[in-house]
Design a binder for this molecule. Sequence first.
Ligand code: RRO
Length: 309
Amino acid sequence: MSDLSTSIKKLYFDFPVFNASGILGATESEIKKVLESEAGAVVIKSVTLEKRPGNTGVRFYWDDIGSINSMGLPNQGIDYYCNLADKLTKYNKPVILSIAGFKEDDYKKIIAKADKVPFSAIEVNLSCPNIEGKGIFAYDYKTMFRLLKDLRKKSKKVLGVKLPPYTQREQIKGIAENFVKIGIDFITTMNTFPLSTYIDYQKETMRIKPNMGIGGLGGKAVKQIALAQVLLFKEYSNGKLPIIAVGGISSAADVYEFILIGATAVQIGTALLKNDTKIFVQIKKDLSTLLKEKKVKRLSDKIGNLKYL
Ligand code: RRO
């Protein structure tokens, strides 16, 4: 059987496919369910300082081409997850804590707590599209770089950043170069596409309730955008920023495409929600078959191995 393992700094993935933040990572039982599955790691739902119920009303919808959500950061609050951290070490899989805040100080307080317990890494979510009245930090470069410099100084953890989609090469170039300088260990790209909507023409209503029915688009509809984000971050960081890819991945072929274009690991969001953890079993089986057919001994040899035409 081919070797499917990859690694980012101290993070070792025996199978580099796991959940995206927000899907099955919000409670102890969900986190354990991912760790007990074939997934190679778990990402805990973005946590805030205090517990939050999230937005009210219908806040998620999906169909064959994608999904839309305006969850509004429902989570149990940082202390709940810190209290779990010890118990999760027995699975011997990376446990990545996603953190979120409404102001810079929130991130600093959360990271101070998270640094004291045995999480394997922290994914700083600067790209939540669904908090009304709050901009997306990752589109405010000055604030983002200032905050990340500070977090980098304060934290000894493997430190990653979850980014939204960007539409211009210059944006990605500037971010990639600055992240390398700051010492960011990995990026996760991309979060859901903000300012998207679905409507129900029969009922003549929006599909979700919060924020005028507008939320973040995920699933197959965003895969082609996510692929290009991975390529450009890889290129503009000169390969110095390891990338965890997310966006429309649902099959072994998708995983292989993202590995070829430069990802070191991938996360599954919408497709995990639709299929539950059996999707990890299927992808692992199909990826092993694919690598065997292609006579690839080690998946990691294929990272960024795509040819331009
Ligand atoms: O909870 C959410 O509404 C949410 C978050 Br924090 C995020 O990062 N991405 C998303 O699509 N939804």
